[in-house]
Each structure stands twice: as structure tokens, then as C-alpha cells.
Design a protein around this ligand. Sequence first.
Ligand code: KG4
Length: 333
Amino acid sequence: MNILAFESSCDETAAAVVQDGRQVLSDAIASQADMHAIYGGVVPEIASRKHVEVIAALTDQALAQAGIAKPDIDAVAVTYGPGLIGALLVGVNFAKSVACALGKPLIPVHHLRGHIAANYIAFPSLEPPFLALCISGGNSMLVDVRGYTDMSILGATRDDAAGECFDKIARVLGLPYPGGRPMQELARGGDDAKYPLPRAKMAGNDLDMSFSGLKTAAVNLIHNAQQKGEALDRSSLAASVAAAVSGELVPRAMLAAERCGHHTVVAAGGVAANERIRADLERACRERGLRLFLPPLKLCGDNGAMIGCQAYYEYLAGARADSSLNAYATLEI
Ligand code: KG4
């Protein structure tokens, strides 16, 4: 079964063709990151306009790369939330038109379910159940994945997402957007214990997380040093931030896996590319005898292949959308 999948929830437009869930025939991506970098973050209206400009050409590219013609497409899939509403609407409306023109079913896909599914592409043996740590620019959550389409949130950030925390501190340090990767490079060789940063203690659900206190503390540290004319060890600050973010995520992921009785842990989303978090997850899982799946770097960020993969399982479970499909800025997993 060939699924033509679209992703446009933030600043990447993507179109992919995926066969039978796990065989990626093509994965065309147009990133707008350079354009938003001038503003230090994603400008929603610019994102929507860029999606409009490139989505048709990307579709042609994805079909050509896959070596298949339009009649060979069996279904069309699209991310319908969560994300930037104007950006999502471009993909949703385009996918509806393609499905209608080809007379094929339309499959709605949750963006974070897609991020989790990126692991099915990379690891053919991976199957639910498992614990997923979903960490991206807009979301941070622990998900109990009982089946391909049966999952629930165990805990989530109550304020900023992990990626947002990296991006905002990077901006104050004068690093380019998106800041996660430049922060990682800056952190190399830094002392991760030099700047103690606050850790969040959550009342209520102890699997919930918080990154805003940590972000504010790091930003205040930078501003104080600037105001007093003191030298800032930027590399150690970046290393301390990575250690603090990882310290929020990894112990909670271990606790969540233990509570659910899962022996497998899966990471997903753009922040899953972070080498400190990956190393801490590897160590923690090794100590507990858990199997760990870390997506390859190119499948951590937004892409269309992950949407095509998840769409296959949604299709098998009976998910179909009609021409009234809408986009949602927030959406339950
Ligand atoms: O999953 P993604 O591509 O987009 C969303 O769905 O949000 O994630 C983007 C986020 C950005 O905040 C970016 O700074 C972060 O992932 N990121 C990283 C790294 N690479 C990307 N954060 C930390 N370390 C990295 N190496």
C-alpha cells in the first residue's frame, strides 16, 4: 500500500511516499529555518506562506523520487495537529484536494504519533508496547504506547517544551535559530556542573515536567554577567543547561517505564537528537536492563516519512477523514 503523506505543522514542509508502513520510497523536505532565523524564532504567517509556495512542487519531487505515478497512490495522509494553525491548514487543505482529485482515502495523523513512528522506520523489529519520550520544539511528554494507535500521556511539560528551552537560551547567547544544535556544539568541553540550575519539583503528577524555571535561571545568569561585566563561561553554561534538561527528562522516563512495566524505551522528536540526552538515556536504560531505541538524527526532526508510516497503522485501525477535516493547534494524542 502506497501512502502519500504531508507534514506542515511548523517550519518544515514535507511530502513522502511510504509503502506498507515501513518502506520509505521518498522523503522530500523543504526547511524554512534559515528564513525564520533572522527573527530568532518561527514567524507563523511566514511559515504558512512558505508552505503554500512549496507544497505542490515537493509533492512532484516526492512522487518522482519514489518512481511512482499518481494512480499508484492508494491513500493520502496529513498531519492535522498539533502545531501552528495556519501552517497546518495549508497541509490539510492540500491533502484534501489531492485525495479528492485522486479519489483516494484521506488519513488524519497526529504529529506526535508521527514522531514516535519515525522509530518504526529505523527499527524494523520495533513494535508496541513501549514507553515513548517525545521531545520537540513544541512538546515534551511521556507516552504509554500500548499499541500502534492506542496510547496515552503519562506526564507532560506544564510550561515550555524542552526544545523551546534550548532555543530561548540560545537566542540570549546570540546563537542562531533553532538553538538546540548550536547549544550542543557550544557545550562540548564545557563543565556541566559549573552553573547549578534549578530542577523542577512537581506537585500532583510527578511525571509532569517544567522547563521555564530552568530557562529563566539561565537567562538571568547571562544577563547578570553582562550587566556586571563578568566573563561568562558559555561552554560550561551550555553544558549545564543540557545536563539540567536531561535531568528533567531521563529520570522521569525511567520512572514512567517502571510504572507501566515497559521493558522498551523509545525517544522521539527534534530534541531526541541531543547527544547529552541520548548518552544519559543509554546509561539509564543499560543500568535497568531496558531496550532503548534512539531514532537516527535525520528522523528526529519533522519529516513526511514518519507521517506516512503512522498513517498506515491508522488506516489499518480504520481512521479515515472526509472533506470536512480541520486542523487543530492542540490535539489529544
Ligand atoms: O521535532 P522538531 O523538528 O519540531 C517540532 O515538532 O517542534 O524539533 C525542533 C526542536 C527545536 O527546538 C530544536 O532546537 C531542537 O528540536 N533540536 C535540538 C537538537 N537538534 C534539534 N535540541 C537539542 N539538541 C539538539 N541536538
